[in-house]
Design a binder for this molecule. Sequence first.
Ligand code: SAH
Length: 358
Amino acid sequence: MPHWYDVTAWNERLGNDSQTIHSLRRFRTRWLKQGWTFEASMSEVSAPVAEILKSEITPHPLSLAERLDSNLDGATKLLFRTDEGLMIESVILRAGTGRTSLCISSQVGCAAACRFCATGQMGIARNLSASQILDQIVQANQLLQDEDRRVRNIVFMGMGEPLHNADNLHEAIAALTSPLLFDYAPQRLLVSTVGIPDEMLRLDQKFPSVNLALSLHSADEIGRQDLIPLAKRVPLDRLRETLLQLKLSDKRRIMIEYLMLENRTDRPEDAEKLIAFLENIEAHINLIPYNSIDGADDLRGSNQAVRDRFAIRLRAAGYPVTIRYSLGADIAAACGQLIQRENRQIAKQLRTTPVANR
Ligand code: SAH
């Protein structure tokens, strides 16, 4: 049986009975766009259609375990439990403009094992299904309904490496951008990757208007490999080639995520290397402050003056630069921080195989 979020199946189900089409459309609008509960949305469909939907849809493959609201800014962290008992996180970010973004997870744990990342240090890597990816959005929209808000932008910057779970990612993006389902413009989505060349190209081919971010963090070969073990398999010139091959539909820039780490990535020569790496590439650079994590005591974030000087140099070279500020510091919004230990323990009980050596 096809999944409920399978766009082709949804299309077929609509058939050509106008009453069914009408009631399914209303159900879709209530459930996926307006944040109504599954049960309440069901009141919009005829009894026979309701029977079918009930038998086909498990509305919530994730259970909401905890909600943490920041006292500092408009961030809310949602902790979800999978049916295996593992935890994942999503973060709601409310901007002053009234716009709302949701940062979602694509995996439990991550095989990239970046040294500065709590999720990478979890020591497990499990793919989330497309319905688990989508449920984060469905549940966030249900919570936001009380505030008259709806998730506007969706960023795959939570736990996991989305391009290590590409098939499920593609299914989720198809559902999110389908006018029959969630109906998000592809420009509202952003996929952030540690840099998996073939999958970056495949995503670009299939969804050319979905935004793409590369977590570069260093344009020095050894420096990058030290921070990102996976970089040993993908040298910088391969990454650069990949960026040059991206079609990126018109007016779009590739986002470059760049972590500001004292004496590792923030020196004047690091800025020069970054500029050389990005030559002839339409990039927007995000400078990210480091959220310190347990077990990486040798890493320190850059101070503000150094970060500002770094930004000035990049701007002089012609690149748009955004200096990111950390949101939700009091709720440990940096992904994976809260549940690093808990997931390790559960994974041990499940005798999870060690992270695949990708
Ligand atoms: N695996 C994907 C997406 C998840 S991580 C990727 O690598 O892009 C999302 C972003 O958060 C990445 O840019 C990642 O490098 C960054 N990040 C992870 N841990 C961090 C930390 N402790 N402080 C600041 N940024 C961090």
